[in-house]
Ligand binder design. Structure first.
Ligand code: GLC
Length: 554
């Protein structure tokens, strides 16, 4: 039995993801700043946050909001300066909050000095730092791979007379990890941030770093005649050798954690990726987000799903990390629509839905990752036209949907439902103009509901989603079984109730969450001898859950 106090700090804490462009603007420019994050550290501490994942804030042309890095050792001027970052790291540490940097190592910006040099000729010192290939004899791209953001994954470069590969946007050329100089340069960057005192790393798009030995066309799966680059390059044999080296060079010997973003790794492969023999401490795998969105990149095709599909995905990830490794629990991040919309096959109040998900997130086994605004119970934003979206992927997917034969209305509806911009609207701090996010017009419109859904209003409401998050965070911190306890699923076949038990020695806690908007009954003996520790709709009744009610017993 592992005792809670024997676990690493990052297993015992709550992690929070900040999308800095949308968190808080201290300069009246319409985009967020690092100083804005520093200003809100007390707010985060009150949520029990001990690790703060900041999406990329390095110097960048911002084609993909920082995931196109120009210089990994500089802060983008729109966010502030390196002194602001040092200040954030130091002030965070005073409150027990450690910064987690986002390492975008599959690709750089096309404006990164490495790429500028690499594309200049076939014979420069960095000629081999990216993935260059000759055209097919007819001049077309080397393969028919479709980039994740849509269109060919190859871009022609006049200067070299060759194509380069980009898994994402054409402004995000893929690095060549086969070249040891590239790997060394990346490890040096990571160690620069270790030396600054960060608490860990989230490693972006890491499953794409190993390319197959032979580049071949694949069978087209869309009207554009292309084949998904993901199918050709994700999680290829040999990738773990690179990552073991990465771990040795960066992680070993430091009290930090690394969580990889691992689209393409299945739950049953997790033991090679995390834990004693693995390469990361935790891995974001996406089997549960694939339930409502579909596993394909082509999300404009409708998906039908039931609660047991979601439960099976979550249970698989739990079981895969039960004895080896650790799970980063999440329902939201900056690439997902809001969870209150995404994870419910029924209608019902968003606040109730947000509380149901919070109960699961904060009592399950693993480190909970809360995404900014999730603790207020946001829904998706209201978008009226494709022109309102900023996200490079949303625009590409809209075009793709049209190419697939959807009319404009249906293509827009798919974007409204699934766009990543749903998660990126400005944080709602109060009911003043622009929700207290900025003194100037924000880069993305503030959600319509900001006058009622904001931090200031929820801080004074004992029944708010925010108050529920804080209560659950405090509960988690006070109950070792919620951190270190074993996890076992209850009521696996129930289509309304998601339920599990956490057990540590004699201590036991049971979470029951009704995902339906109908009353649900369950065998009351499951909670025999237990008392309610947290209940989302007032005094609970053993054996019955009200519509969209969650109760933690212990
Ligand atoms: C990851 C990020 C996403 C980004 C992509 C390319 O999936 O989470 O936001 O667009 O990588 O870097």
């Amino acid at each position: 039995m592992t005792r809670a106090q024997d676990m690493a700090w990052w297993q015992q804490t709550i992690a929070y993801e900040v999308y800095p462009k949308s968190f808080l603007d201290t300069r009246g420019q319409g985009t967020g700043t690092l100083a804005g994050i520093t200003q809100k550290l007390d707010y985060l501490a009150a949520l029990g946050v001990g690790a703060l994942w900041i999406t990329p804030c390095y110097k960048s042309p911002m084609v993909d909001n920082g995931y196109d890095v120009q210089d990994y050792l500089q802060i983008d001027p729109s966010f502030g300066t390196m002194a602001d970052m040092d200040e954030l790291i130091a002030r965070g540490r005073e409150r027990g909050i450690r910064m987690v940097m986002d390492l975008v190592f599959n690709h750089t910006s096309n404006e990164c000095a490495w790429f500028v040099e690499s594309r200049s000729s076939r014979a420069n010192p960095k000629a081999d730092w990216y993935i260059w290939r000759d055209a097919k004899p007819d001049g077309s791209a080397p393969t028919n791979w479709r980039s994740i953001f849509g269109g060919s994954a190859w871009e022609w470069c006049e200067e070299r007379g060759q194509y380069y590969l980009h898994t994402f946007a054409k402004q995000q050329p893929d690095l060549n990890w086969e070249n040891p100089q590239v790997r060394g340069a990346l490890y040096d960057i990571a160690n620069f941030w270790v030396d600054k005192g960060v608490g860990g790393f989230r490693i972006d798009a890491i499953t794409y770093i190993k390319k197959p030995p032979v580049f071949e066309d694949g069978p087209a799966d869309g009207e554009d005649g292309l084949y998904p680059v993901h199918a050709a390059t994700a999680n290829r044999p040999g990738i773990l050798e690179f990552l073991h080296e990465f771990k040795r060079e960066v992680r070993d010997g430091h009290d930090i954690f690394m969580v990889g973003e691992a689209n393409g790794v299945a739950a049953d492969e997790l033991d090679q990726w995390v834990g004693a023999n693995g390469v990361f401490d935790m891995l974001f795998e996406f089997s549960h987000t694939h339930v409502p969105m579909g596993a394909e990149e082509i999300w404009c095709r409708p998906v039908t799903w039931t609660l047991t599909d979601l439960k099976q995905a979550l249970a698989q990830s739990q079981e895969a990390t039960a004895h080896n490794g650790w799970y980063p629990a999440f329902f939201e991040n900056h690439d997902q629509p809001r969870s209150t919309v995404n994870f419910f096959p029924c209608d019902g109040p968003l606040t109730s839905k947000a509380k149901v998900l919070a109960a699961v997130l904060l009592t399950t086994r693993g480190t909970p990752f809360v995404y900014q605004g999730q603790e207020l119970g946001y829904g998706n934003a209201t978008w009226k036209s494709i022109d309102e979206f900023d996200d490079v992927q949303t625009h590409a997917q809209y075009e793709f949907a049209l190419g697939e034969g959807l009319d404009e209305k249906a293509a827009l509806a798919a974007c409204v439902r699934f766009s990543r911009d749903n998660a990126r609207t400005p944080m709602q701090w109060d009911d003043s103009a622009y929700a207290g996010f900025s003194g100037a017009k924000p880069w993305l419109p503030v959600h319509d509901d900001y006058a009622s859904c904001n931090v200031a209003a929820q801080e004074t409401d004992a029944d708010s989603v925010l108050a529920w998050y804080r209560a659950l965070a405090a509960l988690r911190a006070s109950r070792p079984e919620l951190v270190a306890g074993d996890w076992s699923e209850l009521l696996a076949a129930d289509e309304r109730v998601l339920a599990f038990e956490r057990a540590l020695g004699d201590a036991r806690a049971v979470t029951l969450a009704n995902f339906s908007n109908e009353e649900a009954t369950y065998d009351a003996s499951l909670v025999d001898g237990l008392a309610p520790l947290a209940a989302s709709q007032g005094a609970p009744i053993a054996g019955i859950l009200r519509p969209l009610e969650a109760v933690v017993w212990g």
